[in-house]
Design a protein. Structure first.
Length: 120
């Protein structure tokens, strides 16, 4: 259930801000734009490295991108121990929360196109 909820949250972030094949440049000037598919692949690669040498790395490598990982976790892979599954979900939740906080229209902070950047 938690994995499906996270998948829904990610789909909202990607769809509202990064959707329609657009790129994200929220990092500001000097940062390269990134497409959702590239971002999902980078997150999956980071997770695979973080869990390298464990049964989770085999699952992550086979799953591919972020959405596939969340769908796989929702299906309850028998190869993952409950503690490892919980750790993966916690990492994914922190990643998604970070994007929700920094991307407009995703339910978190950030900026909306009409407001421009939020300054302290």
């Amino acid at each position: 259930m938690r994995a499906l909820a996270l998948l829904g949250r990610w789909n909202r972030v990607a769809g509202l801000h990064l959707g329609a094949g657009l790129s994200c440049v929220c990092g500001g000037a000097g940062y390269a734009a990134i497409r959702p598919a590239d971002l999902e692949e980078q997150v999956a690669g980071w997770l695979t490295g973080r869990y390298g040498g464990t049964p989770a790395s085999v699952f992550l490598s086979a799953a591919g991108g972020l959405r596939a990982i969340l769908r796989g976790l929702a299906a309850g892979p028998a190869t993952l121990e409950p503690a490892v599954r919980a750790a993966l979900l916690a990492d994914l939740e922190r990643i998604i929360e970070s994007f929700e906080e920094t991307h407009p229209g995703a339910g978190g902070g950030g900026q909306t196109p009409a407001e421009g950047p939020r300054l302290p």
